[in-house]
Write a protein that binds this ligand. Structure first.
Ligand code: DGL
Length: 269
């Protein structure tokens, strides 16, 4: 049995770490499309084709269920995949609905009409493609009314993290937070809408200040996956745990080891 976890690169490891801690008996096959990262500056067809190719590989590895631990793919490609591509008996799930459910104080799958919630001013930090898709705002509007969202496209942050240049990544985060604050001086909450950003979460929190609650996805996705697998144990699939990359396995393994602080060995996808 195995469950697939996909990202354009290393960011999905923040989700992998949380789901593996929550479900230690489940083997996960991680796929990082490092050769094609970042996705956040690609057009929708490109993201769709790359994400389908990665999912195909994860199905071949025995996965019935794949978590797109990539907001860009979830925002830009997931709906089209679910409507016209995902094969019978397989499921592909995204990562931003659990985040929005937490923000809007909802249980998993609560589809009751939109209502007023505690937060009124929300900052969204995400890749340029995710911001352009307006998928967060659309999902939020299904669940909440009267929430003002200001989005900041954080160009360059994913590239810097993929390159391991954390000094540049941190400087870029500070400047994106400054730019956001010029548009929305006092947000109540901030959503980190890219799975790479938890790797610099403290920098977001410090730049935003202690009064802003910063939501990131890893633990929320872990809870919702656990719930899903309890209801759908048949989706566990076959196959064994693995880390696959389209990039250079040695280089990607070193970066992953640095981020997760345990030895990770990637092999070529
Ligand atoms: N971790 C991906 C996300 O959540 C990064 C996308 C990219 O490669 O730009 O959006």
């Amino acid at each position: 049995m195995a469950v697939g976890v996909f990202d354009s690169g290393l960011g999905g490891l923040t989700v992998l770490d949380a789901v593996a801690a929550r479900l230690p008996e489940v083997p996960f096959v991680y796929f990082g499309d490092n050769a094609h990262a970042p996705y956040g500056v690609r057009d929708a067809d490109d993201v769709y084709n790359l994400t389908c190719a990665a999912c195909e590989r994860l199905f071949d590895a025995g996965c019935n269920l794949i978590i797109l631990a990539c907001n860009t793919a979830s925002a830009v490609a997931l709906r089209r995949m679910q409507e016209s591509w995902v094969p019978e008996g397989k499921r592909v799930l995204g990562v931003f609905v659990p985040l929005i459910e937490a923000l809007t104080e909802r249980q998993w799958g609560d589809n009751s009409p939109p209502r007023e919630v505690a937060v009124k001013h929300v900052a969204l930090f995400a890749t340029p493609a995710t911001v352009a898709s307006r998928a967060f705002q659309r999902e939020l509007a299904f669940r909440a009314i009267g929430v003002d969202v200001e989005a900041q496209a954080c160009g360059g942050v994913v590239d810097a993290i993929e390159e391991g240049d954390m000094i540049l990544a941190e400087a870029l985060v500070r400047s994106h937070v400054e730019a956001l604050k010029r548009k929305m001086p006092t947000p109540d909450a901030a959503m980190l809408g890219c799975t790479h950003y938890p790797l610099v979460k403290q920098v977001f929190q410090d730049a935003l200040g202690p009064d802003v609650k910063v939501y990131s996805q890893a633990s929320l996705v872990a809870e919702s996956l656990s719930d899903y697998l309890t209801r759908h144990p048949d989706m566990l699939g076959t196959g064994e745990a693995a880390f696959l990359t389209t990039g250079d396995p040695g280089r990607v393994s070193d970066r992953a080891t640095q981020f997760l602080r345990r030895r990770i060995e990637f092999t070529a996808a």
